[in-house]
Design a protein around this ligand. Structure first.
Ligand code: UT7
Length: 322
């Protein structure tokens, strides 16, 4: 294994989900779909959906749980990163709304790297540690993709769920390697928001629902994740036998299975919560990490691969030693 030059570790994790659970059978009452189709094509059986709650409250709940898990007070956090695609407020940023709720006064920043946001946030955090600019960093990934879908479109609206996941980081050596990729292609997965008309711009009648070329995104996800994992194993000098678990972005169980088959790894190395959560964008991997950790799955020293992919098209993969 190569020398580890990374300098942060996980101090705590947390997550929060909306109360309302929507089953496939319930979706079949409002869309031309079925439990059989959704289960067979995606592995999803139900998802948590925001109703009257606010995403920032969910994000603050997840952050509070991660802080409690880390044994830190909000005042001990000196940098805060939020990963988010769409919130109620274009401004102020989600991190500002969450900071207000938690009583945080440190610098904070929102990033939008779609589903890959957690790994991109880890990379930014790592840069701050390398620069000696932070001691305790909070990352919150909070997304509400059910509010991005056109609910007349069965090909997207059955796939998503809402939620928030959080980690607190401190100085240490948990991170072994990170690989980020970008393959700009806005036609595969996008949503356009309506701008305010002005005296100089009449506004456009745009379709505001999430648009996705499902099959092509599927292939991108399998190809990029498989290649990124292989590249990181080569870079770190780790073998497959060294990896305890792969936490893959929960977009479709068939995507995870295809990556697993490509890597020729056993099923038990790929924990999954897609059946109960659907795809919660950047919150997905973060929630899975928290659930696995709280269930006692990880042992000290376990080497874990985190990998996520989505709109952009962006992907991010990290090798972490627990
Ligand atoms: O977070 C990262 C971004 N997202 C992803 O990674 C998602 C990647 N893509 C996928 O997971 C899959 O491509 C989907 C789940 C979106 C679609 O699965 P698929 O096996 O690629 O199905 P398809 O799009 O090829 O559609 C097959 C059929 C079509 O009918 P016809 O044309 O064969 O008659 C669709 O109209 O299934 C139909 N269909 C549905 N039927 C019932 C599409 N959505 C539904 C539905 N219920 N919800």
């Amino acid at each position: 294994m190569q020398d580890n030059t990374f300098c942060m570790r996980f101090l705590g994790t947390g997550s929060a989900l909306p109360e309302r659970v929507v089953t496939n059978d319930e979706l079949a009452t409002i869309l031309d779909t079925s439990d059989k189709w959704i289960t067979q094509r995606t592995g999803i059986r139900s998802r948590h959906v925001l109703t009257d709650e606010h995403l920032e409250d969910l994000a603050a709940l997840a952050a509070g749980r991660a802080l409690e898990d880390a044994g830190l007070d909000p005042g001990e956090i000196d940098y805060f990163i939020c990963s988010n695609v769409v919130d109620d407020y274009p401004t102020p940023s989600l991190c500002s709304l969450v900071s207000e709720r938690l009583g945080l006064t440190c610098p904070c920043i929102d990033i939008n790297c779609a589903c890959a946001g957690f790994v991109y946030a880890l990379d930014i955090a790592e840069c701050r540690y390398e620069a000696g600019k932070a001691r305790n960093i909070l990352i919150v990934c909070a997304d509400a993709p059910t509010r991005m879908c056109d609910w007349r479109d069965r090909s997207t609206s059955v796939l998503f769920g809402d939620g928030a996941g959080a980690v607190v980081l401190g100085p240490g050596d948990n991170i072994r390697a990170i690989k980020l990729t970008s393959k700009p292609d806005m036609q595969k997965l996008w949503q356009r928001s309506r701008q305010m008309p002005t005296p100089f711009y009449k506004g456009e009648d745009v379709d505001t629902g999430l648009q996705m070329a499902g099959g092509e995104v599927f292939r991108y996800a399998v190809d990029t994740c498989s290649a990124d994992v292989q590249a990181l194993l080569a870079e770190t000098g780790l073998g497959k036998e060294d990896i305890s678990y792969y936490l893959i972005h929960q977009a479709n169980q068939r995507i995870t299975d295809a990556i697993r088959r490509f890597l020729d790894e056993p099923e038990w190395k790929f924990p999954s919560n897609i059946s109960d959560h659907g795809n919660s964008s950047s919150a997905s991997c973060t929630i899975l990490l928290d659930e696995c950790r709280r269930s006692g799955l990880f042992e000290r020293g376990d080497i874990i691969v985190l990998s996520a992919f989505g709109a952009g098209l962006l992907s991010g993969t990290a090798v972490v030693q627990w």
